[in-house]
Design a protein around this ligand. Structure first.
Ligand code: NAD
Length: 345
């Protein structure tokens, strides 16, 4: 039987568990999977590009469980009443090859992206950071804010978005949750006093959300919006100045900010920092950049966390997904007895 978690059940599970508790739990699952990084099958995601966006498949396996996510990225979508990013995902049993778990992943992706950003910031952001600038206040933004508060205690936000309604929405959604939120007049204004900068804009172009001269030494940049060929947020001079951390180099060279750099541009993979073989932040003046694109292992961790979270609850249903004849060689037996009538038999 395949367990299925639909949107309603994900919402109910979050309602019962609490979003910050979920973010913290998910960070734990992510850290444990990043620590067994070498075990996983890894491949850059399979992307199908079109004029307005991309549809991607993101597979991985730890040898026992296989997982993949289907996700789209269409920045134009919000102009037509649709979301930029939607997703669903699957876990399967490697031994039999049978799928065992299917879930919505639009909400789950926002949670896992925020949890991954916070996991990175724990080892890269300056100690005692208090203020985060957020450029782009669309779907991902509130999740990012909550994850940074949960993991790093950030409760001052300075927000900027070219769409004033998106900023009003953020203030409406999380303004009463104990954050101190300043709505900035422009991107530069948003950076004032911020030790951490999150860029989460959506535009299918090589944008310059941050120029090098806008950013002080010692800042941590959490860049999540540049995640596709031809879709970046940071000035190349900023990348040159900072130390860049990535999820999976092979994929990030295609999709991340570093697509602007030479193929041998030096980066550090986050799993190496987590397991202590590479340095995270090593001085207060260091400019650290997490060039996030989103990697399959993060979705695997999120699905695993959800599967364990809903086990023995009513937050999933059984999905009749796999045709299962009594005699495994007799698939035909599942056809209705009148199936041959149209053929006149
Ligand atoms: N790295 C990852 O793992 C990951 C995961 C999910 C989404 N993403 C990416 O993150 C980005 C944000 O996703 P979302 O779901 O929040 O999108 P969204 O469309 O809901 O929000 C994006 C916001 O950016 C704003 N914006 C666009 N250009 C801007 C600019 N120049 N300055 C300031 N604001 C600007 C828009 O007005 C909008 O409010 C997308 O590019 C998406 O592809 C990355």
């Amino acid at each position: 039987v395949v367990q299925f978690v639909d949107v309603g059940n994900v919402r109910a599970w979050i309602g019962e568990t609490g979003v910050e508790a979920i973010l913290q739990g998910m960070i734990g699952y992510l850290e444990s999977d990043f620590l067994r990084w070498k075990l996983f099958d890894k491949t850059p995601r399979v992307a199908s590009h079109s004029n307005h966006g991309v549809i991607e498949l993101m597979p991985t396996s730890d040898g026992t469980t296989y997982g993949f996510k289907y996700v789209n990225g269409h920045p134009i979508n919000t102009k037509r009443g649709l979301q930029t990013v939607t997703a669903f995902g699957v876990l399967s049993d490697v031994d039999s090859g049978y799928p065992v778990f299917v879930s919505e992943m639009t909400i789950l992706t926002a949670l896992r992206t925020a949890a991954t950003s916070a996991m990175a910031a724990k080892v890269l952001a300056p100690a005692q950071a208090e203020t985060m600038a957020m450029i782009g206040t669309g779907s991902q933004s509130e999740f990012q804010a909550l994850a940074f508060r949960s993991a790093l205690g950030i409760n001052r936000l300075r927000v900027w978005d070219t769409d004033p309604e998106a900023m009003t929405k953020l203030v409406h959604n999380i303004g009463d949750l104990g954050f101190h939120i300043d709505v900035a007049a422009n991107a530069q204004d948003a950076l004032d006093g911020a030790e951490i900068i999150t860029t989460c804009t959506a535009d299918k172009t090589n944008a310059t959300i941050l120029r090098s001269d806008m950013v002080r030494d010692g800042t941590h940049i959490n860049a999540i919006g540049g995640d596709c060929p031809g879709k970046t947020e940071l000035d190349a001079a900023l990348l040159q100045r900072g130390n860049v951390f990535v999820e999976y180099t092979e994929q990030t060279r295609i999709e991340g900010e570093i697509q602007q750099m030479e193929p041998d541009f030096a980066v550090t993979e986050l799993w190496e920092v987590l397991n202590g073989t590479a340095n995270g932040r090593s001085s207060p003046d260091e400019l650290t950049i997490f060039d996030s694109v989103g990697f399959a292992i993060e979705d695997f961790s999120a699905l695993r966390f959800l599967r364990d979270g809903v086990a023995d609850t009513s937050f999933y249903t059984d999905l009749d997904l796999i045709a299962d004849p009594q005699d495994p060689k007799d698939l035909f037996s599942l056809l209705p007895s009148d199936a041959m009538c149209d053929a006149g038999i």
